[in-house]
Design a protein around this ligand. Structure first.
Ligand code: 5GP
Ligand code: MN
Length: 343
């Protein structure tokens, strides 16, 4: 962000404001972590801040401090709209385009006349924010929020709650500090967050070691559905609605499952296709190692996007037809897939 923009934001925040903080639909650890960190920061500075999530999020994120104070736009619609109507600033965190909040909330935000401030690490952000802090090289929006506090000279204001939220988002978006986007700066920030009160062992436990029995059984089902296309260094997993129902699927239960496909030796491109009968879509998650861009692949074929090595998408065809399309287009990428990553 430019110095004059930071100066303007400082001026804006110099007097108490009504502020709304919005993460993307189906928020993950980084979206919720950055939103709640910003919430605590702004509240502590005397602002009337509210987090409005487009919809609900998984149980393994609900222990985060003040999670219960956030509104869900789809459920607490009236309260959410009131907050948006009264906000002088809306922070858009961890997403790059308004359609990422879902069509209902998108429609409402498009009529908002105040100031948008976007902080995000996804590619090609839409030109909708007065203040845009975009950096695709940074591992997580939570790390960017930390840098944002640095730019405001406010690192000293990071308390244990803020540190906990930021730690959680950095941890989840870096696959527990293992993806290439994790830098020495990331580790230094993580060290500072621990010093400020983030209880690292407990955070890992709360996010990763609170599985239900059904979730582990569903993982077993997903792994038995795993298919490998050896000649294209690709593996994919399917889960149909019947299987999800059988194991009492709860929001978040499939998070991270695609990474098992990517963990296979020799695999550099992994996909998971999950049937959602209610929304009448197949939700797709794509992951890669090396130069093969799943963001580009998803934009080209599955109406989605994200990062080079982690992206999402969707299809309105049946599960079978979606997988067939995937397998049909895949050979076009043979050279890119074989050259993506030194195995
Ligand atoms: P996931 O596979 O975990 O849902 O998403 C992986 C990454 O891609 C996340 O950073 C997520 O925000 C982004 N992403 C997921 N779905 C979409 C989509 O439909 N469009 C765009 N632009 N990004 C997406
Ligand atoms: Mn993120």
């Amino acid at each position: 962000m430019k110095a004059d923009e930071i100066k303007e934001i400082k001026q804006l925040l110099a007097t108490p404001q009504n502020i709304v903080i919005v993460p993307h639909r189906n928020p993950d650890g980084d979206a919720i972590g950055s939103s709640l960190a910003m919430y605590h920061f702004l509240r502590n500075k005397g602002h009337n801040a509210t987090v409005v999530t487009p919809n609900d999020y998984p149980e393994f994120l609900k222990w985060l401090p003040s999670s219960e104070e956030s509104f869900k736009f789809d459920i607490q619609n009236r309260q959410s709209k009131n907050c948006i109507d009264e906000a002088s600033i809306i922070f858009l965190l961890d997403f790059n385009a308004l359609h990422r909040v879902g069509s209902d909330m998108q429609g409402y935000l498009e009529n908002y006349k105040g100031t948008f401030a976007m902080i995000d690490h996804h590619q090609q952000p839409d030109d909708i924010a007065t203040y845009l802090y975009s950096d695709t090289s940074i591992c997580s929006t939570c790390q960017m929020v930390y840098h944002f506090f640095e730019m405001l000279d406010e690192v000293a204001s990071i308390n244990a709650d803020i540190a906990t939220c930021l730690y959680t988002g950095i941890m989840t978006d870096t696959g527990s500090f293992r993806f290439p986007s994790t830098t020495s700066t990331t580790h230094r920030i993580i060290g500072n967050l621990i010093d400020k009160g983030a209880d690292n062992a407990r955070i890992h436990n709360n996010v990763y070691d609170t599985n239900s029995y059904g979730r582990l059984q569903l993982l077993g089902c997903a792994l038995s559905n795993l298919k490998v296309i050896n000649e294209l260094n690709t593996a994919y997993i399917t889960l149909n609605q019947k299987e999800l129902n059988e194991f009492n699927y709860q929001k978040g239960d499939t998070e991270g499952v695609v990474n098992y496909a990517l963990s296979l030796e020799g695999v550099i491109f992994a996909a998971i296709f999950i049937e959602d009968v209610e929304q009448q879509i197949i939700k797709i998650s794509l992951r890669s190692k090396g130069s093969f861009s799943v963001n580009k692949f998803s934009r080209e074929h599955f109406d989605g996007g994200g990062h080079d090595n982690a992206a999402g998408g969707k299809s309105t065809m049946s599960l079978e037809a979606t997988v067939k399309k995937f397998k049909d287009v895949l050979p076009n990428y043979k050279i890119a897939l074989l050259n993506s990553y030194e195995i």
